[in-house]
Write a protein that binds this ligand. Structure first.
Ligand SMILES: [Zn+2]
Ligand SMILES: [Zn+2]
Length: 288
């Protein structure tokens, strides 16, 4: 089976709900998924595009984005064949308010860190964190510590783009330390919490040109017994399943032959691969 769970029905910053939360638009995503042999498709809009998110954090970026009603979104997605997810930022200190907002009927919740608080964002030049934390090792230390904190309250099912800090690639200074040193606290937290690790092909579309997470990170996760969820973080139908051959190859080469499937926040593992390939795994196990 292949999944694409971390999807957005519209581009960042723009896109009114009335234009993008439509059956026609969902059909475009479903058609793209079918073309790529993706059986399980779910949507996970950014929490900060909903007015309810302002209960969690009142950053100017969120205030500019928070237009839609979360319950209307949930109701609309439930009328479609899509799984219902949400990409929710982790804001330390707001755990109770996040938990409150997530008391809805989601199939899964993708936990993300885009901002290191008021300091700035890892993925947006308008609020560039690098202006405040210019040392690449210090930035990584801070970022991975925050990521590691994300799990303890048990709010999320999947940790998304787990090494987003690398997004700008060679546009920013490289760390001096072995990256594995920085990964350590996060991998430990993943092992303890059992949260699924997202393999996201979105990094292939960014300056870094590499899947999230890096191979070294994924190796450490495998050693720690972690499970994986597969997504493209598409913001348009043409990005659905983007770069999946590379993602499948990476997971294959690490000996990962199962991926996570979610249903009302219950997780199960299914054989990884397009239909024919997954069947091979099943056959080799005696057709279980
Ligand atoms: Zn994200
Ligand atoms: Zn996303």
């Amino acid at each position: 089976m292949l999944t694409d769970y971390h999807l957005h029905l519209r581009p960042d910053d723009t896109g009114e709900a009335e234009r993008y939360f439509t059956v026609e638009n969902v059909d475009r995503y479903l058609a793209a998924a079918e073309e790529h042999g993706i059986e399980e498709l779910g949507v996970s809009e950014h929490v900060y595009r909903f007015v309810q998110a302002l209960e969690i954090w009142q950053h100017p970026y969120w205030e500019n984005q928070a237009h839609d009603d979360l319950d209307e979104y949930c109701a609309f997605i439930r009328e479609t064949p899509l799984r219902l997810g949400i990409e929710c930022d982790f804001v330390p200190g707001s755990e109770d308010r996040i938990a409150n907002l997530l008391q809805r009927d989601f199939d899964y919740v993708v936990g993300s860190i885009h901002f290191l608080g008021e300091l700035g964002a890892l993925d947006d030049r308008r609020y560039d964190i690098w202006e405040y934390v210019s040392d690449p090792d210090e930035l990584r230390a801070r970022y991975f510590d925050w990521q590691a904190e994300l799990f303890s309250p048990g709010l999320f099912d999947i940790v998304s783009h787990p090494d987003l800090v690398k997004l700008w690639g060679s546009d920013r200074p490289a760390p001096r330390r072995d990256p594995r040193f920085h990964y350590e606290p996060l991998v430990e937290a993943i092992a303890e919490s059992g949260i699924a690790v997202e393999v996201s092909t979105a990094g292939l579309r960014k300056p870094v040109g590499e899947i999230y997470p890096s191979r070294a990170f994924a190796e450490m996760c495998v050693e720690a017994g972690a499970v994986f969820a597969l997504s493209s973080d598409a913001h348009s139908p043409d990005q659905v399943g983007f770069g999946y051959d590379q993602a499948i190859e990476l997971l294959d080469s690490l000996g990962v032959d199962r991926i996570c499937v979610f249903d009302h926040r219950q997780r199960r593992l299914e054989p990884l691969g397009r239909e024919g390939e997954a069947a091979k795994v099943k056959a080799s196990e005696g057709g279980s």
